[in-house]
Design a protein around this ligand. Sequence first.
Ligand code: NAD
Length: 487
Amino acid sequence: MSCAYDPSGLTLPNAHFIGGEYVGGPAALNVVSPSTGAIIGEIPCADVEVVDRAVQAARTALAASNWGGMQPRDRTRALCAWADLMEAEAETLAALEAICSSRPYAHVRTGDIVVTAEQIRFFAELADKECGALAPVSDSHFGYIADEPYGVIGAITPWNFPISMAGWKLGPALAAGNAVVLKPSEMTPYSTLYMAELAIRAGIPAGIFNVVLGDGPTTGAAITGHAGIDKVSFTGSTRAGGAIMENIARTGIKPMTLELGGKSPMVVFADADLDLAADCLDRGIMSNAGQACVSGSRMIVAHEVADALAAKLTQRFARYRPANTFASEPGFSPIISETQLGRIDSIVQAAASQGAEMLCGAARFDHEGSYYQPTLITGVDDTNPAVRDEIFGPVATFQTFGSEDEAMALARHATYGLCAGLFTRDLSRAMRLTRKLEAGTVWVNRYGRSRDHILPTTGWKSSGLGHDLGREAYHANRRKKSVLIDL
Ligand code: NAD
């Protein structure tokens, strides 16, 4: 297998990025390549003092640069220059991501980075367009609703799409005039650090975007509990989202956006285009080896077409081959860590011990690194752990239905409501059922986001609180002020 780049030739930063410069600390956490299992670096873990230093750097930068109060078009210009630089530096940025993550180099370079740059430009362009409103008050008064930046946003991101998830937080927060202290996942720190370096080169004032490295319980908790953080914006598991809510309740109430886990259904009716549905279901669960919040991990299929669709899926799943994330040809992604692979396997084995039937997979690949086989599970109901728990791996359940009501009952999940997919040629049914599905996003005859960044993402139920993407994300980074003037 040929390599897209030489991983040993990469310089891996091992320090926080605060006030426009690298700030070292004692090595505390190993960074591991999931493609090989090798330890490739060590990073420090920011404690309360380091996080405080980053927050002070952000406050000083806001005051010195007037980032939140300048002509909005000047923020637009700096952010667009940053997006351009990310594309110009895509090779290095992609290599720094692929070295420690589950993302294949080629996909990051031509996909994640291009889309993230596009999203940053989308938010940059909103800076001089979105505004407050006049209030219809009596003619003896003048009333309006102003909106203003929060100040310092504390952002925390997961490991599954490090550049994309950082972009979702940074684009709207910076365009809306805030400074950011961001903690990437301790497993995938490098591409986010390089994004911060590029921000300085693009003319974003030093201290407006700071990166602190570390784990959740130490660094994450220091961010969410810091009195100088004006809002928390988090993407990660529902478990960590709950811990963040608790910490915020204990240390001082502040607003938060939480984008959390999912267990999304993909519902296929007998009248669907079966080949299209098979392609979408396959990609819907196997993209990034199922390590996506939106993964369609529950397939719900009409009795009449169940056997045919299961056969099409197992055929497609058999084609996947593990590949190193820095190989020139992208292949099936590794699982981010041995711990996560062990968790996936333990849920699959628990499902089997409760009577589930494995249509394929259910074991790791015999290959260097952490790779798990595409797995399709049937004979389950909602008490089975494979249906109940977010597995976050290449594992889907396959359930069948007779009637529309039965399909909707199976689609409803007790805990999660992130996304849902619907496959039918019947337009009336599609329109009727999009209303019934309990999810923040519904896709019909497709599964996955498009590049229409105007569409916000939000989780219902325990899948989240607030929005990323869309105008909603821009406004989520500004707070309202009602003003009434007595004339
Ligand atoms: P995770 O919750 O373990 O970690 C996410 C981030 O939170 C990491 O940076 C981690 O260090 C930090 N963290 C962990 N505990 C914390 C705490 N108590 N306080 C503050 N920070 C803490 O999640 P993960 O394993 O990195 O990512 C996978 C999860 O993310 C899945 O559940 C997935 O569904 C979810 N996710 C959701 C979306 C979305 O848009 N809804 C997008 C991507 C991933």
